[in-house]
Design a protein around this ligand. Structure first.
Ligand code: NAD
Ligand code: UGA
Length: 443
C-alpha cells in the first residue's frame, strides 16, 4: 500500500508505448498510482505540458484527465523504484548496430540497464513486467540479473507485450483484440500473472485476457508482427506482377480478401511498411532462428524484409523511368513523410529512403506532412540544398513535375487534384505509393 492508493505502478520508458499505455491504466484504474520515468529529461518535461512528445489522436485528452491525479511523469528513479509494487519496462529495443548479431539481433543494453537499476534501488518484492518487445527467453536473463544479489527480495518477471498500433493507440488500448500475459508456470509466477490480469480486468473483458507461459508470450509478440508484415509483403509482391500483367492490385486484393479465411485486413499494397518495429522484430526473429540452426525458417522470414526493400526500390525506379530516366533538377513533392497516417513518427518510414534516393539523383525534393515535418527536417538536415519543407500540400506541388504519395493521410485523399494538376509542370505525374487515389499517375 502506498498512501491512499492500492498499488504503485512504475513504468520505465516514456515513449510511444510507455506513455499511452500508462495513461490508459491510470484513466481506467483510479485506485492505482502510476508514475512514468525516463532517462530523457526533455521528454519527461514535455509529458508534463500540453505539448506532448508524441502525437497520437486522443492521447492529450486522456493525459489531461489523469495527470497530477494518479499519473505522474518523473526523472527520479531510485525512490520510484523503491516505492513500486509493479514495474513495467517499456524501453526501446532497437536492432543492434555493432558486434555480434549487428543488423539483426535486438540491442538489449537499455533493457539490461533497467534490470540493474531495479536491483540497485529495490528494498521489497516486485513484479517486473516486460512491456518492450524482446527476444524469446529474455525473461531468464532478466531473472538472473535481478536475482544476482544477496538482497532477500523476490522478483517475479512477467511478459505482457503490447500490440497497439500508432495512430490508433488509444482505441487499441481501450478496446484491445487481446491482452497477453505470460509467466513462469510456478505458483509465484501464476500469482504475479494474476495481479497483472487484475489491472486489465478493470476495463478489458476477461475473455480477451489471455494467459500463457512466459516464452509463448515473448515469442507471440514477434510472430504477430511478422505475420502482419508478411501480409503486406505478400500483397506488395503481387503488385509487381500486376504492373506487368494489367491485373489491378486493388481488384486482386479485394477478391482475395473476400475469402473469410484470408480477410481483407493488411492487404493494402503500398510503397512498403515502415515503423520502428516490423523490420526490427522480423530481423530479430530471423536472428533467433539462425542461432538455433533453423536456417530455412530464418530465410523464409528474412524474405518479408527483402520484399519490403524491393518495393521501396521499385517505387523510386518507377518514378525515374516514368520521368524519362532523368529527374535531376525536377521538382518532386513528397506527400507525407510519417511512416503511416495519424502519427508524427518517421522511424523506418519509406519516405526516408525515397527522399534520399531522389536527392542522390539530384532531384529537387519538397517534403510536406501535417505532423512529421519537424522530424523530417531533423532526419534529412544538410543532405542537399535541393531540399524544401512545406506544410501546405498545394504549395509543395506547385510547379512540381511529380507528386509521390508516401503517407496515407486522409487529407491527401480529399485534395482537389484537378487544381493541383493545373499548377504542375506537364506532363505531370502522381505516384500513389499508398494506393489511396485510385490512380497511379495523371498526365
Ligand atoms: P521509444 O523509443 O518511443 O521509447 C522508449 C523510451 O525508453 C525512450 O523515451 C528512452 O529514452 C527510454 N529509455 C531507454 N533506456 C532507458 C532507461 N535505462 N531508463 C529509462 N528510460 C529509458 O520506444 P517505443 O516505440 O515506446 O517502444 C518501446 C518498446 O515497445 C520496444 O521494444 C518496441 O518494440 C515495443 N513496441 C512498440 C510499439 C510502437 O507502436 N511504437 C508497439 C508495440 C511494442
Ligand atoms: C504495428 C502492429 O500493427 C502493432 O500491432 C504492433 O504493436 C506494432 O507494430 C509494434 O509492435 O510496434 P504500427 O507499426 O504502429 O503497428 O502500424 P501498422 O498499422 O501496423 O502499420 C505498419 C506499416 O505497414 C505502415 O507503414 C503502414 O502504412 C503499412 N501498411 C499497413 C501497409 O503498407 N499496408 C497495409 O495493408 C497495412
Amino acid at each position: 500500500m502506498n498512501g491512499a492508493f492500492e498499488k504503485h505502478i512504475l513504468c520505465i520508458g516514456a515513449g510511444y508505448v510507455g506513455g499511452p499505455t500508462m495513461a490508459m491504466i491510470a484513466a481506467k484504474c483510479p485506485q492505482y498510482l502510476v508514475t512514468i520515468f525516463d532517462i530523457n529529461e526533455q521528454k519527461i518535461r514535455a509529458w508534463q505540458t500540453d505539448n506532448l512528445p508524441i502525437f497520437e489522436p486522443g492521447l492529450l485528452n486522456i493525459v489531461k484527465r489523469v495527470r497530477g491525479k494518479n499519473l505522474f511523469f518523473s526523472t527520479e528513479i531510485k525512490e520510484n523504484i523503491r516505492k513500486a509494487d509493479i514495474i513495467f519496462v517499456s524501453v526501446n529495443t532497437p536492432t543492434k548496430s555493432f558486434g555480434e548479431g549487428a543488423g539483426k539481433s535486438a540491442d538489449l543494453q537499455y533493457w539490461e540497464k533497467t534490470a540493474r537499476d531495479i536491483l540497485k534501488s529495490s528494498e521489497s518484492d516486485k513484479i517486473i513486467v516486460e512491456k518492450s518487445t524482446l527476444p524469446v527467453r529474455t525473461a531468464s536473463a532478466m531473472e538472473r540479473i535481478l536475482n544476482s544479489s544477496d538482497k532477500k527480495i523476490k522478483f517475479e518477471v512477467v511478459s505482457n507485450p503490447e500490440f497497439l498500433a500508432e495512430g490508433t493507440a488509444i482505441a487499441d488500448l481501450e478496446n484491445p483484440d487481446r491482452v497477453l500475459i505470460g509467466s513462469q508456470e510456478t505458483e509465484s509466477g501464476r500469482k504475479a500473472r494474476n495481479e497483472i490480469v487484475e489491472i486489465y480486468a478493470n476495463w478489458v473483458h476477461r475473455d480477451k485476457i489471455i494467459t500463457s507461459n512466459i516464452w509463448s508470450s515473448e515469442l507471440s509478440k514477434l510472430v504477430a508482427n511478422a505475420f502482419l508484415a508478411q501480409r503486406i509483403s505478400s500483397i506488395n509482391s503481387i503488385s509487381a506482377l500486376c504492373e506487368k500483367t494489367e491485373a489491378d492490385i486493388n481488384e486482386v486484393a479485394n477478391a482475395v480478401g473476400k475469402d473469410s479465411r484470408i480477410c481483407n485486413k493488411f492487404l493494402n499494397a503500398s510503397v512498403g511498411f515502415g515503423g520502428s518495429c516490423f523490420k526490427k522484430d522480423i530481423l530479430n526473429l530471423v536472428y533467433i532462428c539462425e542461432s538455433y540452426g533453423l536456417n530455412e525458417v530464418a530465410e523464409y522470414w528474412e524474405h518479408v524484409v527483402k520484399i519490403n526493400e524491393y518495393q521501396q526500390r521499385r517505387f523510386v525506379q518507377n518514378i525515374n523511368k516514368a520521368l524519362f530516366n532523368t529527374i535531376a533538377n525536377k521538382r518532386i513533392a513528397l506527400f507525407g513523410f510519417a511512416f503511416k497516417a495519424n502519427t508524427g513518427d518517421i522511424r523506418e518510414s519509406p519516405g526516408i529512403y525515397i527522399a534520399k534516393k531522389l536527392l542522390e539523383e539530384q532531384a529537387h525534393v519538397v517534403v510536406t506532412d501535417p505532423k512529421a515535418l519537424g522530424n523530417a527536417k531533423q532526419e534529412l538536415k544538410g543532405l542537399s540544398d535541393k531540399l524544401e519543407f512545406e506544410i501546405e500540400p498545394y504549395k509543395a506541388a506547385k510547379n512540381a513535375h511529380a507528386i509521390a504519395v508516401v503517407t496515407e493521410w486522409d487529407t491527401y485523399k480529399t485534395l482537389d487534384y484537378g487544381e493541383i494538376f493545373q499548377q504542375m509542370e506537364k506532363p505531370a505525374f502522381i505516384f500513389d505509393g499508398r494506393n489511396i487515389l485510385n490512380h497511379q499517375r495523371l498526365y
